[in-house]
Design a protein around this ligand. Structure first.
Ligand code: V47
Length: 373
């Protein structure tokens, strides 16, 4: 007959890790690899949930936001990307002019929207003024909107192309209206993986260097990990620990968003996308390893509403936002809706037994919806 112990307690392999987690001790690289390869999903989830509840209780954050991708023309040739087009004139390639971009903002922004998320391709033919004019115009039209924009990959590209330092690029963008940086473009830091899946964009040190500079200037940013392509468990852990090391140095990251590989419409279409078990393990292990990053965000657009909701018991405390008009994942085969309304977000958080908390980009609380648990 099964005993309580055999049903509820971790195996001898996970027990020392569980003890460290309960004692609030930092996990090592080897602990990370053990967790990343373990099949004890529920034990790992329970540990991550413990950390999540210690930090945030039942609070689950969301915001009202939308995305703007002003151009998908991109010099880089990342194998996993379904969004980019190498040159103007190719099928589905587009570049908005200022008027078109502002029209999009007017179309998508409501009086309750607090954030615009801007990410673009690395367009070889645009002046730097294209970006600063875009920011200035958006801020002028919607002064209350927080502009989270430009991945570290774009900042590095601007620095090289327009012969500026990271700091000069960031200062110029901030003067024009930039408020914080999104976490995209990190992929997997290991050189072996980058050489194969994204050989012609900024390397790990450059990505981390841009975020270091941003943090030193007082800008907050997010970070990501792209999992499910060709990386090993060790390379996933290495990536997370490099983020943890930078966070020890600067404290500037707000949230980690684990990004699950989507295999439609790109040059890695032969690889299967991660399964639900892998998604949940990734969230939980990220929560356990990143003891110095406040939030773990499940991007519902990418893993689907049902897995995102389940992830709220696997270490996740943030579910992104209303989103609206996302392109990068929908061009890679995402079957999620183009947007969720505020009531829909509130319902899915409540049904998971959590308390929905509307936040702004910097995690200032705007509204908290009480629920009877
Ligand atoms: O940089 C692209 C990844 C990122 C695929 O900071 C892919 O709040 C999986 O960074 N399969 C963009 N991943 C999304 C992103 C993001 C999303 C939500 C919130 C925030 C934030 C940031 O998506 C890219 C790349 O790493 N990506 N193609 C794909 N086929």
């Amino acid at each position: 007959m099964a005993t309580l112990e055999s049903v509820f307690l971790p195996s001898p392999e996970l027990r020392p890790i569980a003890e460290k987690v309960l004692a609030g001790e930092r996990l090592s690289f080897d602990d990370g690899v053990t967790l990343m390869t373990s099949h004890e999903l529920l034990t790992i989830g329970k540990l991550a949930n413990h950390v999540r509840e210690q930090r945030h209780g039942d609070k689950t954050y969301f915001n009202q936001n939308f995305h703007l991708n002003a151009t998908n023309v991109c010099e880089a040739s990342c194998l996993f990307c379904s969004f980019a087009r190498l040159e103007e004139g190719m099928p589905q390639a587009y570049t908005m002019n200022l008027k078109q971009a502002l029209q999009k903002v007017e179309e998508l922004c409501t009086p309750q929207t607090t954030e615009i998320h801007i990410v673009n391709g690395l367009h070889p033919g645009l002046d730097f003024a294209y970006y600063t004019d875009l920011l200035t115009a958006i801020k002028q039209a919607r002064p209350q909107l927080h502009i989270k924009g430009f991945t570290a990959v774009e900042i590095h590209y601007f620095a090289e192309k327009y012969a500026m330092t990271y700091q000069q690029v960031l200062e110029a963008l901030r003067s024009a209206g930039l408020d914080s940086l999104p976490g995209g473009g990190a992929e997997i830091f290991a050189e072996r993986v980058r050489r194969k899946i994204c050989h012609d964009k900024v390397d790990a040190d450059g990505w981390l260097g841009v975020h270091r500079t941003a943090h030193q200037m007082g800008l907050r940013s997010n970070c990501t990990i792209l999992y499910g392509t060709i990386e090993t468990p060790e390379e996933r852990v290495d990536h997370l620990l490099r983020l943890r090391a930078l966070q020890d140095e600067t404290g500037g990251f707000q949230t980690l968003i684990p990004l699950s590989f989507h295999n439609d419409g790109n040059r890695m279409a032969k690889l299967p996308s991660p399964t639900g078990v892998e998604d949940l393990r990734m969230y939980a292990v990220s929560r356990l390893l990143l003891d110095n990053i406040a939030h773990i965000k499940a991007y519902w657009i990418m893993i689907g509403i049902k897995t995102a909701q389940t992830s709220l018991h696997f270490g996740v405390d943030d579910i992104d936002g209303t989103v609206k008009d996302e392109k990068i994942y929908h061009m890679a085969g995402a079957e999620t809706p183009m947007a969720l309304s505020r009531p829909e977000l509130v319902r899915l958080i409540r049904e998971a037994g959590r308390v929905p908390v509307e936040r702004d980009t910097l995690y200032n609380i705007l509204a908290e919806e009480a629920i009877a648990k």
